[in-house]
Design a protein around this ligand. Structure first.
Ligand code: SF4
Length: 697
């Protein structure tokens, strides 16, 4: 047996693990000793990583759909067909008629290749990925206030904080090793404050839990800042030295009624005053947030309101402080950094800037995309309107994870051609015309970037199953068939060298440099050859930080007589994303029953519902059937579902009302109605759902 160092492929914490390899198979994993993030530990998902790449149930050869059925095909036949499909769409509609959805689970090298394929080969800026539905408001909001949308500090800074503020993040479930670190910090004396409409595990253990009303983040954050400014608790020196004029925000907040803020968020004035004092007077306050901030139609303004609070108190640019979006997927930071967004090239170089386009056109030796691109949800709308004709999806399952699934299904049905590059036959892959088998993280070389901007090496430990290949190799072959030879890299290291040559914030990185130090945090350039654990120490990328006035916006769909319950979504510790990887683990699968609708016991009693009774849940967009789970984690009148389960896909219910700035859909809030099924009647599985468990693959 040998142990190959790698990085956990689930969440954005980026824990170091070792893959135990025997007879060409990964037979288990172990924590990487001395790793700066995971410190020799893993969470339950990390320990189950080997199941995710088990060859059982993996795609091993290309599949072509004929008469509604898949048949195996050779790579040549499948790639020729894909090239024809893309070429036809280009001939019919031009670059706006094609799109690429890349993958926050794939490597930086794969993602760089995806955006290069879109821009240099298809000549289209229609390139996006699932950051659209997790942290696009962080990129939009923090870019406006600070000039950078990434975590400002490092995970290790939690150890130096004397106050930790967690807003809208279920950290022990979703970023378990960060949650554990926060609890250790609390045990040594740090004050832990959690803002969340649910009593999460961390909220129950916190010193203070502000259980705000769903979707009232801005009211709460504006209330806190109004108190701070009214009492002179702000950091005047920091504001004078590092920030643009706060006067407009001060006037905006002074005009608000504190009582109204309190009424809107459901937190008493005295409690707001207590937290405002503690946060502003802390020597070092570490602020972390998640999708309870971003997944609203006011997502960007929610981020700005939090940024205002942090800036006004000077809780940034020092050890133990900072504003820190907890990125969900293992490489969602990297997919953004690599330019898998319609508006930016790698390193956030603006696609609208002619100089940037000229730089990449010269480096790539070809014309690049000129017109602005569409977001992933924009592509779905364009498909339904007949404007987008062909779509390449790499490792994502929007049919299960995007809002309003019926709309996604209609978009797929309207396309002329859908190709999916995947590990297994997900719900989305089942809709494809061609499915191409991809290599998993243990089967290829490359890099992942965790939520603290740490670029880390992964290494090939085993061969891919059957004919599966790395995404970048597949895209390179397709590019060649479409007449572009500039994607035929020798190996992943050569591809990474192209990334560093064209991305200023990566310019001092190389595979040997990454290997020497458990990765490097960007910016890593001539000025910062050892990387940058803390951003904004002396200056912000935009010079002076901006504090911007924002106002509370209600959620798009409030409960009413027809749909009387507020509905939100959540994740569970033992599963990940659409479940296509974690549900292959019998150890994880046995921990949580599939489906589940969480409901307060008193709401259930009012409807005459018993524990685990079947219910039909209905929103304006669709319905599903599942079982209830009683919990007082939720306030009365609010229901919640995890989105890991294809049997009861909660995104049939969710609302795609969008944040006008980032185009983030309001996944965290809509209104639903509940109808009990007769006692003893089992919920019916969602139509079209097929098992994604290890048992059936
Ligand atoms: Fe993997 Fe995240 Fe768990 Fe670490 S915390 S082991 S990265 S799932």
């Amino acid at each position: 047996m040998r142990v190959v160092p790698s990085i956990c492929t689930f969440c954005g914490v980026g824990c170091g693990l070792g893959l135990r390899v025997e007879d060409g198979r990964v037979i288990g994993v172990e924590p990487q000793p001395g790793h700066p993030v995971s410190q020799g530990q893993l969470c339950a998902k990390g320990w189950a990583s080997s199941f995710a790449i088990d060859p059982h149930g993996r795609l091993t050869q290309p599949l072509i759909k004929e008469h509604g059925q898949f048949r195996p095909a050779s790579w040549d036949e499948a790639l020729d067909l894909v090239a024809d499909g893309l070429r036809s769409a280009l001939d019919e509609r031009g670059p706006s008629g094609v799109g690429v959805i890349s993958c926050a689970r794939a490597t930086n090298e794969d993602n760089y290749a995806a955006q290069k394929f879109a821009r240099a080969v298809l000549k289209s800026n229609n390139i996006d990925h699932c950051a659209r539905i997790c942290h696009s408001p962080s990129v939009a909001g923090l870019s406006r206030t600070l000039g950078s949308g990434a975590m400002s500090n490092s995970i290790a800074d939690i150890d130096q904080a004397d106050l930790i503020l967690v807003v809208g993040a279920d950290v022990t479930e979703n970023h378990a090793m960060i949650g554990a670190r926060m609890l250790r910090a609390q045990a040594r004396g740090a004050t832990l404050v959690v803002v969340d409409p649910r009593k999460t595990r961390l909220a129950r253990l916190a010193d203070i839990h502000l259980q705000l009303r769903l979707g009232s983040n801005i009211a709460l954050l504006n209330g806190l800042l109004q108190i701070i400014l009214a009492n002179g608790w702000e950091n005047a020196a920091f504001l004078a030295e590092r920030c643009a004029d706060i006067a407009p925000l001060r006037r905006h907040l002074a005009a608000l009624s504190l009582e109204q803020c309190s009424a809107q968020c459901g937190i008493g004035v005295a409690e707001l005053e207590r937290v405002a004092y503690l946060f502003s007077q802390a020597k070092a306050a570490f602020t972390a947030y998640g999708m309870g901030i971003t997944q609203f139609q006011s997502g960007t303004n929610n981020v700005i309101a939090l940024s205002n609070l942090v800036l006004a108190c000077g809780q940034i640019g020092r050890p133990g402080t900072g504003i820190n979006p907890l990125r969900g997927q293992n490489n969602v930071q990297g997919a953004c950094d690599m330019g898998c967004l319609p508006n930016v090239y790698p390193g956030y170089q603006e696609a609208s800037d002619p100089a940037v386009r000229a730089k990449f056109a010269a480096a790539w030796g070809t014309e690049v995309a000129q017109a602005p691109g569409l977001t992933s949800l924009g592509m779905m709308h364009a498909a339904q309107q007949g404007e987008l004709r062909a779509l390449l999806i790499m490792g994502e399952d929007p049919l299960q994870t995007d809002p309003d699934q019926n709309q996604v299904a209609r978009a797929f049905a309207a396309l002329d051609f859908l190709v999916v590059v995947e590990l297994s036959l997900t719900a989305t892959a089942q809709q494809a015309d061609v499915v191409l088998p991809a290599a998993a993280f243990a089967e290829k070389d490359g890099t992942f970037t965790n939520c603290e901007r740490r670029v880390q090496r992964i290494r090939q430990a085993i061969a891919p199953p059957g004919l599966a290949r790395s995404d970048w190799q597949i895209l390179g072959e397709l590019a060649a068939r479409l007449g572009y030879a500039g994607m035929a890299w020798r190996d992943a290291e050569a591809l990474f060298a192209e990334i560093t040559a064209l991305t200023p914030s990566f310019s001092a990185m190389s595979y040997p440099a990454l290997e020497a130090k458990h990765g490097l945090q960007w910016p890593c350039d001539a000025e910062h050859p050892r990387g940058s654990p803390i951003l904004h120490r002396q200056r912000f990328p935009i010079g002076r930080a901006r504090l911007l006035a924002v106002s509370q916006v209600d959620v798009d769909e409030l409960p009413d007589a027809e749909y009387p319950f507020a509905f939100t979504t959540q994740r569970l510790h033992f599963h990940y994303g659409c479940g296509s990887m974690t549900r292959k683990s019998p150890l994880l699968e046995r921990e949580t029953p599939a489906g589940l609708l969480f409901i307060h016991p008193m709401d259930a009693a009012e409807l005459g519902l018993a524990q685990h009774q079947g219910v039909r849940v209905r929103s304006r967009r669709g319905f599903l059937e599942t079982r209830i789970e009683l919990t007082d984690d939720l306030p009365r009148g609010t229901l919640s579902m995890p989105y890991h389960f294809i049997e009861a896909p909660c995104n049939r219910l969710t609302n795609d009302a969008q944040d006008p700035i980032s185009k983030m859909p309001e996944l965290k809030a809509c209104a639903v109605a509940l109808q009990p099924l007769p006692p003893g009647q089992a919920p019916s599985r969602a139509a079209g759902a097929s098992e994604v468990t290890h048992a059936s693959l």
